[in-house]
Design a protein around this ligand. Sequence first.
Ligand SMILES: CC(C)(COP(=O)(O)OP(=O)(O)OC[C@H]1O[C@@H](n2cnc3c(N)ncnc32)[C@H](O)[C@@H]1OP(=O)(O)O)[C@@H](O)C(=O)NCCC(=O)NCCS
Length: 185
Amino acid sequence: MAELQLPAPALAGDVVRLRAWRAEDVPGVVRAFEDPVIRRFSWRDEPFTEPEAREHLAGQEWARSNGDALSLAVVEPGDERVLLGEVSLHEVRPTRGSAAIGYWLAPAGRGRGAATQAVRLLAGWAFAELRIARLELTCGPDNTASQRVATRCGFSLEGLLRSHMPFRGGRRDSLIYSLLPGELT
Ligand SMILES: CC(C)(COP(=O)(O)OP(=O)(O)OC[C@H]1O[C@@H](n2cnc3c(N)ncnc32)[C@H](O)[C@@H]1OP(=O)(O)O)[C@@H](O)C(=O)NCCC(=O)NCCS
């Protein structure tokens, strides 16, 4: 599939700016994944070493070049060096008009609407620029903070995906939400 272009100009609001990952972000990613809350709810349940974090970011760039995903660093709008978290589109399927969205915030980035604004910015861009017709969001049934982000952005809860994904040596159910163009709040 065709490479996904980075949003230009960069997506930004009063709480966050979304930019391409940089080599300098590696220590921040390592620190973020030392947080047990991130590891409890995200796809990765182990901390990163620096080489693993570097490899992870290189993998994201590979996925972008394949047109499969677009991962962006969520940073402070006034100081791009301050990493708050990540927001990403994945499973991008232009012919089906579908994609999924995911996010995490380092502990210091929480409680100020950063995830909500990052999702609003990237979802709006995906609808306008990629012509996405259906955006999916999945999260653990016990991840109430993530569910509040989904609800604030206008996603509708569709149901429970049973045994949805490998998780901590077993499998996990997930709630599935969707957002259609015009529903973003
Ligand atoms: C999920 C996660 C990103 C949510 O973080 P968050 O800080 O709660 O979400 P937001 O950045 O949107 O901030 C919303 C909170 O800030 C408050 N807030 C302050 N100013 C705000 C503003 N301008 N706009 C919106 N919310 C604001 C809200 O009241 C809200 O708190 P509440 O939910 O207790 O009411 C975070 O908990 C996390 O990283 N968890 C681990 C990884 C994870 O679960 N990822 C998702 C996997 S599906």
